[in-house]
Design a protein around this ligand. Sequence first.
Ligand SMILES: C[S@@+](CC[C@H](N)C(=O)[O-])C[C@H]1O[C@@H](n2cnc3c(N)ncnc32)[C@H](O)[C@@H]1O
Length: 365
Amino acid sequence: MTNKSAAGQDSFSERMIKILNYGALNLALAIGYRTGLLDAMDLLELPQTAESISQETGLNPRYIEEWLAVMVTGEIVELSRTPEGENLYYLPQHCGDLITRRAGNANLGVYTQEMPLLTVSAMEAVIRGFKTGAGVAYDNYPKFQEFMSQLADAKHVQILIDRFLPAVDDGRLVGRMQAGIRVCDLGCAEGVALMLMAKAFPRSRFVGIDISNDAIAKAQRETRRQQIHNLDFMVRDAAFLPDSLELKESFEYVTAFDAIHDQTRPLDVLRGIYHMLVPNGLFSMVDIAARSKLADNLDHSMAPFLYTVSLMHCMPVGLVDGGAGLGMMWGRETAVEMLTEAGFQKIQVLEMPDDPFNFHFFCRK
Ligand SMILES: C[S@@+](CC[C@H](N)C(=O)[O-])C[C@H]1O[C@@H](n2cnc3c(N)ncnc32)[C@H](O)[C@@H]1O
Protein backbone atom coordinates (compact mmCIF):
# COMPACT_ATOMS: atom_id res chain seq x y z
CA MET A 1 0.00 0.00 0.00
CA THR A 2 1.39 3.43 -0.92
CA ASN A 3 1.55 6.15 1.73
CA LYS A 4 -1.04 8.11 -0.21
CA SER A 5 -3.62 5.33 -0.21
CA ALA A 6 -2.91 4.57 3.48
CA ALA A 7 -3.59 8.24 4.28
CA GLY A 8 -6.79 8.11 2.20
CA GLN A 9 -7.91 5.00 4.06
CA ASP A 10 -7.26 6.67 7.43
CA SER A 11 -9.36 9.70 6.61
CA PHE A 12 -12.12 7.56 5.10
CA SER A 13 -12.19 5.37 8.19
CA GLU A 14 -12.62 8.56 10.27
CA ARG A 15 -15.43 9.63 7.97
CA MET A 16 -17.07 6.22 8.21
CA ILE A 17 -17.04 6.46 11.99
CA LYS A 18 -18.67 9.89 11.73
CA ILE A 19 -21.27 8.51 9.31
CA LEU A 20 -22.18 5.68 11.67
CA ASN A 21 -22.39 8.06 14.62
CA TYR A 22 -24.47 10.64 12.73
CA GLY A 23 -26.84 7.96 11.41
CA ALA A 24 -27.38 6.76 14.97
CA LEU A 25 -27.79 10.33 16.24
CA ASN A 26 -30.43 11.03 13.58
CA LEU A 27 -32.48 8.08 14.86
CA ALA A 28 -32.14 9.12 18.51
CA LEU A 29 -33.04 12.72 17.62
CA ALA A 30 -36.14 11.46 15.79
CA ILE A 31 -37.17 9.63 18.97
CA GLY A 32 -36.50 12.74 21.05
CA TYR A 33 -38.60 14.78 18.65
CA ARG A 34 -41.52 12.34 18.51
CA THR A 35 -41.67 11.78 22.28
CA GLY A 36 -41.52 15.53 22.96
CA LEU A 37 -38.29 15.16 24.99
CA LEU A 38 -36.49 17.82 22.96
CA ASP A 39 -39.34 20.29 23.45
CA ALA A 40 -39.50 19.52 27.16
CA MET A 41 -35.75 19.97 27.63
CA ASP A 42 -35.86 23.20 25.68
CA LEU A 43 -38.22 24.63 28.31
CA LEU A 44 -35.89 23.79 31.24
CA GLU A 45 -33.96 26.81 32.39
CA LEU A 46 -31.40 24.90 34.45
CA PRO A 47 -29.61 21.57 34.03
CA GLN A 48 -31.75 18.70 35.36
CA THR A 49 -31.39 15.05 36.34
CA ALA A 50 -32.91 12.28 34.19
CA GLU A 51 -35.35 11.67 37.04
CA SER A 52 -36.66 15.23 36.99
CA ILE A 53 -36.90 15.18 33.15
CA SER A 54 -38.92 11.99 33.60
CA GLN A 55 -41.24 13.71 36.07
CA GLU A 56 -41.60 16.67 33.72
CA THR A 57 -42.46 14.51 30.68
CA GLY A 58 -44.15 11.46 32.24
CA LEU A 59 -41.69 9.25 30.31
CA ASN A 60 -39.69 6.33 31.70
CA PRO A 61 -36.45 7.47 33.44
CA ARG A 62 -34.34 4.51 32.29
CA TYR A 63 -35.21 5.10 28.63
CA ILE A 64 -34.58 8.82 29.09
CA GLU A 65 -31.19 8.14 30.66
CA GLU A 66 -30.09 5.95 27.73
CA TRP A 67 -31.39 8.49 25.21
CA LEU A 68 -29.55 11.28 27.03
CA ALA A 69 -26.33 9.27 26.77
CA VAL A 70 -26.69 9.47 22.96
CA MET A 71 -27.46 13.18 23.12
CA VAL A 72 -24.49 13.95 25.39
CA THR A 73 -21.93 11.89 23.47
CA GLY A 74 -23.35 13.33 20.25
CA GLU A 75 -22.61 16.82 21.64
CA ILE A 76 -26.21 18.02 21.55
CA VAL A 77 -27.02 17.95 25.29
CA GLU A 78 -24.47 19.30 27.84
CA LEU A 79 -23.49 17.15 30.78
CA SER A 80 -22.59 18.47 34.27
CA ARG A 81 -22.76 16.99 37.78
CA THR A 82 -24.32 17.80 41.14
CA PRO A 83 -21.92 18.05 44.11
CA GLU A 84 -23.09 14.49 44.94
CA GLY A 85 -21.94 13.29 41.51
CA GLU A 86 -25.38 12.89 39.91
CA ASN A 87 -25.60 13.60 36.17
CA LEU A 88 -27.31 16.82 35.07
CA TYR A 89 -28.44 17.47 31.49
CA TYR A 90 -29.02 20.71 29.61
CA LEU A 91 -30.13 21.44 26.04
CA PRO A 92 -28.47 24.72 24.99
CA GLN A 93 -30.76 27.33 23.48
CA HIS A 94 -28.88 27.45 20.15
CA CYS A 95 -29.74 23.73 19.68
CA GLY A 96 -33.36 24.19 20.77
CA ASP A 97 -33.64 26.99 18.21
CA LEU A 98 -33.21 24.40 15.43
CA ILE A 99 -34.67 21.11 16.69
CA THR A 100 -37.88 21.90 18.56
CA ARG A 101 -41.43 22.63 17.48
CA ARG A 102 -41.07 26.28 18.50
CA ALA A 103 -38.36 26.69 15.84
CA GLY A 104 -41.04 27.16 13.15
CA ASN A 105 -39.57 27.56 9.69
CA ALA A 106 -36.02 26.95 11.01
CA ASN A 107 -37.03 23.57 12.45
CA LEU A 108 -34.57 20.94 11.23
CA GLY A 109 -35.55 18.54 14.03
CA VAL A 110 -38.71 17.59 12.21
CA TYR A 111 -36.64 16.22 9.30
CA THR A 112 -34.96 13.66 11.58
CA GLN A 113 -38.24 11.68 11.22
CA GLU A 114 -37.72 11.21 7.52
CA MET A 115 -35.08 8.43 7.33
CA PRO A 116 -36.55 6.30 10.14
CA LEU A 117 -40.04 6.52 8.59
CA LEU A 118 -38.75 5.62 5.13
CA THR A 119 -36.81 2.70 6.61
CA VAL A 120 -39.89 1.36 8.39
CA SER A 121 -42.08 1.88 5.33
CA ALA A 122 -40.00 0.59 2.48
CA MET A 123 -36.53 -0.77 3.22
CA GLU A 124 -37.46 -4.39 2.40
CA ALA A 125 -39.46 -3.44 -0.71
CA VAL A 126 -36.69 -1.19 -1.99
CA ILE A 127 -34.09 -3.94 -1.49
CA ARG A 128 -36.38 -6.33 -3.43
CA GLY A 129 -36.62 -3.62 -6.11
CA PHE A 130 -32.84 -3.79 -6.64
CA LYS A 131 -33.34 -7.37 -7.83
CA THR A 132 -36.67 -7.11 -9.66
CA GLY A 133 -36.74 -3.49 -10.84
CA ALA A 134 -40.34 -3.27 -9.61
CA GLY A 135 -41.72 -0.07 -8.13
CA VAL A 136 -43.13 0.34 -4.63
CA ALA A 137 -46.78 1.40 -4.32
CA TYR A 138 -47.87 4.50 -2.36
CA ASP A 139 -49.81 2.18 0.02
CA ASN A 140 -46.51 1.09 1.56
CA TYR A 141 -45.94 4.55 3.00
CA PRO A 142 -48.96 5.54 5.15
CA LYS A 143 -46.87 6.90 8.05
CA PHE A 144 -44.43 8.67 5.76
CA GLN A 145 -47.28 10.22 3.75
CA GLU A 146 -48.90 11.46 6.95
CA PHE A 147 -45.61 13.00 8.03
CA MET A 148 -45.06 14.65 4.64
CA SER A 149 -48.59 16.06 4.78
CA GLN A 150 -47.87 17.62 8.14
CA LEU A 151 -44.69 19.16 6.78
CA ALA A 152 -46.53 20.51 3.74
CA ASP A 153 -49.33 21.86 5.96
CA ALA A 154 -46.86 23.82 8.01
CA LYS A 155 -45.19 25.19 4.89
CA HIS A 156 -48.42 26.13 3.12
CA VAL A 157 -49.84 27.80 6.21
CA GLN A 158 -46.74 29.93 6.65
CA ILE A 159 -45.91 30.80 3.06
CA LEU A 160 -48.61 30.22 0.44
CA ILE A 161 -51.03 33.11 0.96
CA ASP A 162 -48.70 35.75 2.40
CA ARG A 163 -45.53 35.14 0.40
CA PHE A 164 -45.92 32.82 -2.57
CA LEU A 165 -49.13 33.91 -4.33
CA PRO A 166 -48.46 37.66 -4.04
CA ALA A 167 -45.22 37.13 -6.00
CA VAL A 168 -46.79 35.12 -8.86
CA ASP A 169 -46.85 36.85 -12.26
CA ASP A 170 -45.21 39.93 -10.70
CA GLY A 171 -48.17 40.41 -8.35
CA ARG A 172 -50.85 40.30 -11.03
CA LEU A 173 -52.32 36.91 -10.13
CA VAL A 174 -53.61 37.87 -6.68
CA GLY A 175 -55.80 40.67 -8.07
CA ARG A 176 -57.34 38.20 -10.51
CA MET A 177 -57.91 35.67 -7.72
CA GLN A 178 -59.59 38.39 -5.66
CA ALA A 179 -61.87 39.23 -8.60
CA GLY A 180 -62.67 35.56 -9.25
CA ILE A 181 -61.00 32.93 -11.44
CA ARG A 182 -61.01 29.12 -11.67
CA VAL A 183 -58.04 27.43 -9.99
CA CYS A 184 -57.01 23.75 -9.89
CA ASP A 185 -54.46 22.13 -7.56
CA LEU A 186 -53.17 18.89 -9.03
CA GLY A 187 -51.98 16.14 -6.66
CA CYS A 188 -53.74 18.12 -3.94
CA ALA A 189 -53.61 15.30 -1.33
CA GLU A 190 -55.77 16.34 1.63
CA GLY A 191 -56.39 19.78 0.17
CA VAL A 192 -54.51 21.96 2.65
CA ALA A 193 -53.27 24.45 0.05
CA LEU A 194 -56.71 24.61 -1.55
CA MET A 195 -58.55 25.30 1.68
CA LEU A 196 -56.22 28.16 2.47
CA MET A 197 -56.66 29.61 -1.04
CA ALA A 198 -60.43 29.09 -1.10
CA LYS A 199 -60.82 30.97 2.19
CA ALA A 200 -58.49 33.77 1.14
CA PHE A 201 -60.17 34.26 -2.27
CA PRO A 202 -63.93 33.66 -1.83
CA ARG A 203 -64.81 34.91 -5.33
CA SER A 204 -62.60 32.31 -7.04
CA ARG A 205 -63.59 28.65 -7.53
CA PHE A 206 -61.16 25.89 -6.65
CA VAL A 207 -60.88 22.23 -7.70
CA GLY A 208 -58.53 19.64 -6.21
CA ILE A 209 -57.51 16.54 -8.17
CA ASP A 210 -55.78 13.53 -6.65
CA ILE A 211 -55.63 9.80 -7.36
CA SER A 212 -56.01 8.86 -3.69
CA ASN A 213 -59.59 8.10 -2.58
CA ASP A 214 -58.58 8.37 1.07
CA ALA A 215 -56.92 11.76 0.66
CA ILE A 216 -59.89 13.19 -1.25
CA ALA A 217 -62.41 11.78 1.23
CA LYS A 218 -60.48 13.46 4.04
CA ALA A 219 -60.27 16.72 2.07
CA GLN A 220 -64.05 16.66 1.47
CA ARG A 221 -64.82 16.03 5.15
CA GLU A 222 -62.58 18.91 6.22
CA THR A 223 -64.04 21.24 3.58
CA ARG A 224 -67.56 20.52 4.85
CA ARG A 225 -66.44 20.94 8.45
CA GLN A 226 -64.94 24.34 7.65
CA GLN A 227 -68.00 25.24 5.53
CA ILE A 228 -65.96 26.20 2.49
CA HIS A 229 -68.35 26.50 -0.45
CA ASN A 230 -66.06 27.45 -3.35
CA LEU A 231 -64.00 24.23 -3.34
CA ASP A 232 -64.62 20.82 -4.98
CA PHE A 233 -62.55 17.69 -5.32
CA MET A 234 -62.18 14.93 -7.93
CA VAL A 235 -60.53 11.55 -7.67
CA ARG A 236 -58.69 11.23 -10.97
CA ASP A 237 -55.54 9.70 -12.37
CA ALA A 238 -53.85 12.83 -13.70
CA ALA A 239 -52.15 10.82 -16.45
CA PHE A 240 -55.54 10.62 -18.22
CA LEU A 241 -56.44 14.31 -18.02
CA PRO A 242 -55.48 14.97 -21.68
CA ASP A 243 -58.43 12.69 -22.61
CA SER A 244 -60.93 14.61 -20.51
CA LEU A 245 -63.25 16.74 -22.64
CA GLU A 246 -65.11 18.17 -19.68
CA LEU A 247 -61.90 19.64 -18.19
CA LYS A 248 -60.57 21.15 -21.42
CA GLU A 249 -59.67 24.85 -20.96
CA SER A 250 -61.42 24.96 -17.58
CA PHE A 251 -58.89 26.84 -15.42
CA GLU A 252 -57.09 30.18 -15.46
CA TYR A 253 -54.50 28.93 -12.94
CA VAL A 254 -53.18 25.46 -12.04
CA THR A 255 -50.79 24.59 -9.20
CA ALA A 256 -48.84 21.39 -8.48
CA PHE A 257 -46.92 21.37 -5.21
CA ASP A 258 -44.36 18.58 -4.97
CA ALA A 259 -46.63 16.43 -7.13
CA ILE A 260 -44.94 15.95 -10.52
CA HIS A 261 -41.59 14.22 -9.98
CA ASP A 262 -43.06 11.04 -8.46
CA GLN A 263 -45.71 10.56 -11.16
CA THR A 264 -45.51 7.32 -13.12
CA ARG A 265 -46.40 9.25 -16.33
CA PRO A 266 -45.21 12.80 -15.68
CA LEU A 267 -45.29 13.96 -19.30
CA ASP A 268 -48.95 12.93 -19.68
CA VAL A 269 -49.75 14.77 -16.44
CA LEU A 270 -48.07 17.95 -17.72
CA ARG A 271 -49.92 17.58 -21.03
CA GLY A 272 -53.12 17.24 -19.01
CA ILE A 273 -52.38 20.49 -17.17
CA TYR A 274 -51.77 22.25 -20.48
CA HIS A 275 -55.08 20.82 -21.75
CA MET A 276 -56.99 22.07 -18.66
CA LEU A 277 -55.65 25.63 -18.93
CA VAL A 278 -57.40 28.37 -20.89
CA PRO A 279 -55.21 30.12 -23.52
CA ASN A 280 -52.73 32.33 -21.61
CA GLY A 281 -53.52 30.34 -18.45
CA LEU A 282 -50.83 30.10 -15.75
CA PHE A 283 -49.22 27.06 -14.18
CA SER A 284 -47.09 27.04 -11.01
CA MET A 285 -45.13 23.84 -10.57
CA VAL A 286 -43.28 23.84 -7.25
CA ASP A 287 -40.67 21.09 -7.29
CA ILE A 288 -37.29 20.28 -5.83
CA ALA A 289 -34.43 22.73 -6.45
CA ALA A 290 -31.74 20.59 -8.06
CA ARG A 291 -29.93 20.16 -11.33
CA SER A 292 -30.53 17.18 -13.62
CA LYS A 293 -26.92 16.01 -13.93
CA LEU A 294 -25.43 14.32 -10.87
CA ALA A 295 -22.14 16.16 -11.44
CA ASP A 296 -23.98 19.50 -11.10
CA ASN A 297 -25.39 18.54 -7.69
CA LEU A 298 -22.04 17.85 -6.02
CA ASP A 299 -22.13 21.12 -4.08
CA HIS A 300 -25.81 20.80 -3.06
CA SER A 301 -25.51 20.82 0.74
CA MET A 302 -28.22 18.18 1.21
CA ALA A 303 -27.69 16.06 -1.89
CA PRO A 304 -27.08 12.70 -0.11
CA PHE A 305 -30.17 13.26 2.04
CA LEU A 306 -32.40 14.20 -0.90
CA TYR A 307 -31.12 11.42 -3.16
CA THR A 308 -31.82 8.97 -0.31
CA VAL A 309 -35.42 10.21 0.06
CA SER A 310 -35.70 9.74 -3.69
CA LEU A 311 -34.21 6.23 -3.58
CA MET A 312 -36.54 5.19 -0.76
CA HIS A 313 -39.74 6.89 -1.98
CA CYS A 314 -39.97 9.16 -5.03
CA MET A 315 -38.19 6.94 -7.54
CA PRO A 316 -39.82 3.61 -6.51
CA VAL A 317 -43.35 5.08 -6.41
CA GLY A 318 -42.68 6.55 -9.86
CA LEU A 319 -41.60 3.12 -11.16
CA VAL A 320 -44.94 1.42 -10.38
CA ASP A 321 -46.56 -0.21 -13.47
CA GLY A 322 -43.47 0.41 -15.58
CA GLY A 323 -43.59 4.16 -14.78
CA ALA A 324 -40.95 6.78 -15.53
CA GLY A 325 -39.34 6.69 -12.05
CA LEU A 326 -37.86 10.16 -12.48
CA GLY A 327 -36.86 10.49 -8.85
CA MET A 328 -36.94 13.62 -6.75
CA MET A 329 -33.67 14.97 -8.18
CA TRP A 330 -34.91 15.04 -11.80
CA GLY A 331 -33.66 18.61 -11.78
CA ARG A 332 -34.47 21.85 -13.51
CA GLU A 333 -33.11 20.95 -16.97
CA THR A 334 -35.28 17.80 -17.32
CA ALA A 335 -38.24 19.64 -15.80
CA VAL A 336 -37.98 22.49 -18.30
CA GLU A 337 -37.54 20.02 -21.18
CA MET A 338 -40.65 18.11 -20.13
CA LEU A 339 -42.72 21.28 -19.62
CA THR A 340 -41.69 22.37 -23.12
CA GLU A 341 -42.60 18.97 -24.56
CA ALA A 342 -46.01 19.26 -22.86
CA GLY A 343 -46.62 22.47 -24.83
CA PHE A 344 -45.52 25.31 -22.53
CA GLN A 345 -43.40 27.90 -24.30
CA LYS A 346 -42.96 30.52 -21.62
CA ILE A 347 -41.25 28.94 -18.63
CA GLN A 348 -39.42 30.78 -15.85
CA VAL A 349 -37.47 29.00 -13.11
CA LEU A 350 -37.78 31.14 -9.98
CA GLU A 351 -36.49 30.89 -6.42
CA MET A 352 -39.13 30.28 -3.74
CA PRO A 353 -39.60 32.75 -0.89
CA ASP A 354 -38.23 31.20 2.34
CA ASP A 355 -37.85 27.77 0.74
CA PRO A 356 -34.37 26.87 -0.50
CA PHE A 357 -35.48 23.27 -1.19
CA ASN A 358 -37.79 24.12 -4.10
CA PHE A 359 -37.97 25.99 -7.39
CA HIS A 360 -41.06 27.66 -8.78
CA PHE A 361 -41.43 26.65 -12.43
CA PHE A 362 -43.78 29.37 -13.61
CA CYS A 363 -45.39 28.63 -16.99
CA ARG A 364 -47.83 30.36 -19.30
CA LYS A 365 -49.90 28.54 -21.91
C1 LIG B 1 -45.93 14.27 -2.50
S1 LIG B 1 -47.67 14.42 -2.55
C2 LIG B 1 -47.91 16.17 -2.60
C3 LIG B 1 -49.19 16.57 -1.97
C4 LIG B 1 -49.53 18.05 -1.90
N1 LIG B 1 -49.56 18.70 -3.18
C5 LIG B 1 -48.60 18.79 -0.95
O1 LIG B 1 -48.11 19.85 -1.28
O2 LIG B 1 -48.42 18.31 0.15
C6 LIG B 1 -48.08 13.91 -4.20
C7 LIG B 1 -49.58 13.70 -4.42
O3 LIG B 1 -49.78 13.33 -5.79
C8 LIG B 1 -50.82 12.36 -5.81
N2 LIG B 1 -50.71 11.58 -7.06
C9 LIG B 1 -49.76 10.68 -7.37
N3 LIG B 1 -49.99 10.17 -8.59
C10 LIG B 1 -51.11 10.77 -9.07
C11 LIG B 1 -51.85 10.67 -10.28
N4 LIG B 1 -51.46 9.85 -11.26
N5 LIG B 1 -52.94 11.44 -10.42
C12 LIG B 1 -53.34 12.28 -9.44
N6 LIG B 1 -52.68 12.42 -8.27
C13 LIG B 1 -51.57 11.67 -8.09
C14 LIG B 1 -50.59 11.53 -4.58
O4 LIG B 1 -51.75 10.81 -4.19
C15 LIG B 1 -50.18 12.59 -3.56
O5 LIG B 1 -51.27 13.10 -2.85
